[in-house]
Design a binder for this molecule. Sequence first.
Ligand code: G3H
Ligand code: 13P
Ligand code: ZN
Length: 316
Amino acid sequence: MIVTTSALFKLAYGQYAVGAYNINNMEQALGLFQGHLDAQAPFIVQISKGSRKYAGIPMIEAIIRAAENMFPDAIYAVHLDHGDEKTCYDCIDSGFYSSVMIDASHEPFEGNIATTRRIVERAHARGLSVEAELGQLGGVEEDIKVDEKNARLTNPNEATDFVKRSGCDSLAVAIGTSHGAYKFKGHQSLHFDVIEAIQKLLPGFPLVMHGSSSVPVEEVRRINAAGGKLDPSACGVDENEFARAASMGVTKVNIDTDGRLVWTRVHRENFRDFPETFDFRKPGEIFVKEYAAFIVHKSQKLGSAGRLSAVRKALS
Ligand code: G3H
Ligand code: 13P
Ligand code: ZN
């Protein structure tokens, strides 16, 4: 059942975070839906501009509709990830999406507000909610000067002003994470001080954490042992910090890179161990199973596991 993103956020806020996963193909969809049923967790399916281009818009939407038929008990929202203005309008008008993200974080503050406001007006008129972004996503090294650190992370006062004036429904905040496999040098914690300050100023308002993959050392090691050449210093977010972040208003946690690592590990190991084979369905089947198990694990860390019956009751 496709539900609104705002309904999921209302139920989750302060208690757990909803996992938001990017999909690009059939195998990811099968593992994603199966894993969330196994975990009994609600979730968000994310489609990026890259995915719309790779699979084709009709194909990626058809994959999700087919998964809906195959997994009728799943409860999820469909979200555009990192949209520009035009893609947001396309998705709003398509009638398929629950919510869109307008990523105008590269614009100056006033420009970001104005762009987000335009999307919000069109989205709200069609019953969709809008995620916006404020701050510069990026790992902040420990030895960086305080002023520079603060300049990169989301400023809590600006966040309050931004939310009030743009009318957005959730906000992606810069709290030390970044996209991809190389987030930090050494172990780093989320900037809980920033999350806490934002939550104090915006109580009850859902925050979004991008760049939330944990990039497990063991996954990187196995990929490299099977012929990969990932930098072994690859490092991500400590997934044991999800629960604390969720209790402070982080309601949506975006994960993509970790799923790509599962895909890469499964396929590299399979082709290494069975070099004489060429039936892509063999590694494909293993990937679906492994990805479903990965989703169960993430749902436990996010606190979303076991919530499905309460969500169903509240939404029906
Ligand atoms: O944050 C971006 C997501 O990982 C999606 O990546 O734009 O390559 O589809 P993509
Ligand atoms: P990762 O690269 O850490 O998986 O982040 C994904 C993301 O933020 C998608 O919007
Ligand atoms: Zn992102």
